[in-house]
Write a protein that binds this ligand. Structure first.
Ligand SMILES: [Zn+2]
Ligand SMILES: [Zn+2]
Length: 244
């Protein structure tokens, strides 16, 4: 399984930045985790729009799904891919975002996408990937994804505050792709600091820690230093184009 970071800015894009989006590839199948603003352009630096196998959306905050709208137009109007692309979303997602669809674009959305609703504790298979979902401590209906393929496991928090669920999601994962929105002093109950994320990585015995969703204005070098103080294993800071 190969992870390619498409976008990783926390909550809003910094200069030249992109909302959260991660491309997972195994056995030629491309699974996209989240599709924040600007990510569809980044994606095409690696694969074509028609090559997307499925999309998972962690929650209904714009920085994780905004480019679903242009994706529906590209597939429906641009003919870039067959109708009925699987889009896996948390319960209530479509109710929250459907008001943004103008007449006409509703048709593009409903033709382009086969929307499937997931709840925490579900398991879903698509292509070579097996996906387990977890209810994260964030906004209503926020999912984390534990994705397995080809003997490897990647755990992705989406957005989450401190919770034992983060530990369960990450347990023994080869790659722990975790939000680390803030640094020391910025503790919240709906986001993690780099130190908190690294503590979960250490307790869960992950192979590699990837810090992501760092808020613009936070120095990633500081995030890295604070994470290193509590996690001994390899740590990477996400940036567009990073491959693991
Ligand atoms: Zn976010
Ligand atoms: Zn969020």
């Amino acid at each position: 399984m190969e992870l390619t970071v498409l976008g990783c800015d926390g909550s809003w894009p910094g200069p030249g930045g992109t909302g959260s989006s991660y491309l997972l590839t195994s056995d030629g199948f491309h699974l996209v985790l989240d599709l924040g603003g600007g990510a569809l352009g980044r994606l095409q630096e690696h694969i074509g729009i028609a090559d997307i196998g499925a999309v998972c959306v962690s929650h209904a905050h714009h920085d994780h799904y905004a480019d679903l709208f242009p994706l529906s137009i590209a597939r429906y109007c641009g003919g870039l891919g067959a109708p009925g692309l699987q889009v896996l979303v948390p319960r209530g997602f479509f109710d929250r975002v459907s008001d943004a669809l103008m007449p006409g674009t509703e048709e593009a959305w409903s033709s382009a996408f086969d929307m499937r609703t997931l709840s925490g504790g579900d398991e879903h298979a698509v292509g070579p990937f097996s996906i387990q979902t977890f209810n994260m401590a964030h906004a209503n209906a926020s999912l984390g994804f534990r994705v397995s393929a080809d003997g490897s496991v990647l755990a992705y928090t989406g957005d989450s505050g401190p919770s034992g669920v983060v530990h369960d999601l990450a347990a023994g994962a080869d790659i722990f792709l975790t939000e680390a929105t803030h640094v020391d002093g910025g503790e919240k109950d709906f986001h993690l600091t780099a130190r908190q994320a690294a503590r979960y990585a250490s307790e869960a015995g992950v192979g590699c820690l990837v810090l992501t969703h760092i808020e613009p204005g936070v120095d990633p070098a500081v995030s890295l230093v604070q994470a290193r103080e509590v996690f001994d294993g390899p740590i990477l800071v996400a940036h567009p184009g990073l491959r693991v």
